[in-house]
Design a protein. Sequence first.
Length: 335
Amino acid sequence: MMVAGRWGSRPVSVNHQHLRAFHTIATEGSISRAARRLNVAQPTLSQQLKALEERHKAALFDGRKPPLRLTAFGRQLFDLTQKLFVTSQDIDNLLRDPEGRMTADLRLGSDSPFFAVRLAAAIRGRIPSTVIRVRIGNGVETFSWLREGQIDVAIVSDPPGDNAFAYEPLVTDRLVVAVQKDDPRADLPFFPVTALADATLLVREPSSRTRTATEALLLAADVTPMETMELHTRETIREGVAIGLGLSLFFSLECPPDDRVRFLPLDVDITLSRLTEYVVCLNERRRTPLLSSVMDAAIELRAMSPLPVQAAAPKSSPVSYAGAKSIAGILEATP
């Protein structure tokens, strides 16, 4: 944007503090949550957002009631501020250690403790000095952390395709049935999926990837369990199966060892119970030395995959911000 002055027209400078306010509000979807995250007063943050919009004569959100929705222009700016603040963190890290003597720091998020610890071990095998901080959540939470820059790399199952991210398939796994060892079907080579109709099925919380896959399998097989009981952790479900409370489904690599429980494959088409786990990072950081090592470690870990790995990346959502060359370019382009 150009403004007239004593020395002629000049561009309006971009206020970094206002950009951070906008970026955090867009990330949180709420001014109040953004204010708590930045540890500033809500009116202060609202004023900074208003100043950014007025300075550049651009509406960034459709209204102010949560959940806030970005305008088309706001989405273009948010796409760039995500890159800006990731790069800013990289610059901070470099300036703290200009000679590269400090230990590499990696924030890893995962929807699976099993894969998180194995990837962490593989990374440490490649770069022993790496300090790794692991955060566990469900798939939606984990991918959200990556989008918001709270983690550097994510391990998630069948994530949404997005051209802003790089995907490396890790393993392809399948669901198996957990039954009490004294169950009359415990020695069968395959468990009949139709038998789930007569069972009490122990399930995870709705946001769990295992539960999502279980429900998709039941729908495809046209089977409705006699009863379901929600138990929130693998350990609790394993204990429930062990004492005969019901049956459950686990991914084969995540079956918690227990002499009281048997795990059986299902008598269904493997495609109905299959799931691929991916290691994901921002595309623009894929070639950095640390994340290149992470992706190489993921490729090495494919050897543990129970099934042939689905090597293709998730289908991308067509997102295009044509003409958006820079933050200043976007803001100057507003009428």
